[in-house]
Design a protein. Sequence first.
Length: 95
Amino acid sequence: MGVFLLVTVIALAILRHWVAQNAHGPKHGTSNIYALEGKRGFVTKELNPNQLGQVTLNGEIWSARTVQDMPIVVGTEVTVLYVRGAHLVVEVSKN
């Protein structure tokens, strides 16, 4: 019985230490979709506040949505704010 209690206390201490280190969730590096944040691309299909458009970014075409209240016309340079689901959320680039 004493060995069981000792092993249980040690296991709980190790588990508590592990949970404390990993409680903030996984750490995301700048890879995959997280690497797209801050990148610049060009509008290839007009972006409207309530409708998806398209943006070319690094030679790839992405569905995109704007955070601005006005349409963004084809050819405008935009900056990726973040990725939501399978599309980019962008704003007009500030030079």
